[in-house]
Design a protein around this ligand. Sequence first.
Ligand SMILES: *[C@@H]1O[C@H](CO)[C@@H](O)[C@H](O)[C@H]1NC(C)=O
Ligand SMILES: *[C@@H]1O[C@H](CO)[C@@H](O)[C@H](O)[C@H]1NC(C)=O
Ligand SMILES: *[C@@H]1O[C@H](CO)[C@@H](O)[C@H](O)[C@H]1NC(C)=O
Length: 456
Amino acid sequence: MLLLTLTQSVRMTTPNRHLICCLCVCVCVFDFLLTSFRTTLPAPMFSRNNFSVWGILKKCIGLELSKITMPIVFNEPLSFLQRITEYMEHTYLINKACSLSDSIERMQAVAAFAVSAVASQWDRTGKPFNPLLGETYELTREDQGYRLISEQVSHHPPVSAFHAESLVGDFVFHGSIYPKLKFWGKSVEAEPKGTITLELLKHGEVYTWTNPFCCVHNVILGKLWIEQYGTVEILNHSTGDKCVLNFKPCGMFGKELHRVEGYIQDKSKKKLCVIYGKWTECMWSMDPQTYESNKKAEKKADSKKQKSPEEPEGVDGDDADNMPEVLETVAVIPGSTLLWRISSRPQHSAKMYNFTNFAMSLNELEPGMQATLAPTDCRLRPDIRAMENGDMDQASREKERLEEKQRSARKDRSKVEEEWSTRWFQSGTNPYTSSQDWLYTGGYFDRKYSDLPDIY
Ligand SMILES: *[C@@H]1O[C@H](CO)[C@@H](O)[C@H](O)[C@H]1NC(C)=O
Ligand SMILES: *[C@@H]1O[C@H](CO)[C@@H](O)[C@H](O)[C@H]1NC(C)=O
Ligand SMILES: *[C@@H]1O[C@H](CO)[C@@H](O)[C@H](O)[C@H]1NC(C)=O
């Protein structure tokens, strides 16, 4: 970490929040809420250029990544608990689903939400901090009408549980995530174990799904890039209807890069509607007949073009697996309905871990907030705070100290044969999928925090 002392970070000028606030007071309260979140970090990120990942990883092929210690320079200044909170960035889609009376349209909005929930992964190659056992994160967004609480409920294997609820009782959204990371030589693959449940309370509807796989390519050599793939099935538990979404692997020529295609079907497997687009851009829906005939016409045109096939490139070897160029954006078929479009990232995003505006705000600690937050909240983690401020030496020291503190607390517990007990979630069975899950036991927002562990 000595290298880090050599470079002095350049501080970005933070917009003067007080001035912004003053201007907003005269506008209505709603606008005030919208504008009062931080839109930048206190400091830009460090360059990773001078770190050889290969030196660290060559001994670790096939190991689970949680067992490998990486230098902090490959992190991003957010805890994994904050990272999963990014599912909530497009909560307006759940609110929309709640407001729709047509059940197919509701399923479309839910499908768009499920895709939008993983869109923040785009170009985010920084590794979030592993949460400490007992760490929590809360977020209340009155402008979007929800509040969320999450807790790290297990350390080995790492399990993060979250529970979000509408402030007006429209929906509950919860899940537990067991990210299983595998290192495959050139890439790191994350298997998203754990069920996600969305309950639309007024409609008496429950939907469940599991996120797609996520892969970070070229961890050793070449340019890092992210791929998401696999089938996501969103099940309507009231009827057995489902939405099947196929996150396509990019393939050899990159034609399918970022592409998502799927359909909503009823119990008798009749296709009711097609959903297509890219998780990095937008999602559309349309009727299956028009979609299929359009695809056939497209294929015909394609096969005419392919008279002179291009030379296929080598796929094996030690070279970097370069990200195929994004050749085209989503070709919209006339008659489609737009379900969701990604919002653009702020200009300074590239210097700040490619964060979205929403991500920029997640670790903000406003004056006065500390008095009400649980002492286990991620915002109070000194290593993440130091990294966010650009002090990498401090961040690295604090990370080591916290991990050591966690280890010695575990040793102390095992001496007296004491089991760790979770605080806000309880292990149980998901009533809809019958799978193992972690369920919120309530009470977090009563703010009685006297018996919480000292983890920082
Ligand atoms: C990386 O190393 C090169 C050459 O040793 C040096 O010129 C450059 O300033 C270093 N960059 C950082 C971010 O430390
Ligand atoms: C989901 O279940 C509800 C409640 O039974 C039903 O009314 C609705 O048609 C279903 N919708 C879809 C799209 O599966
Ligand atoms: C941010 O995105 C750019 C452009 O794709 C990429 O080159 C860079 O590695 C990304 N940075 C991080 C920290 O993921």
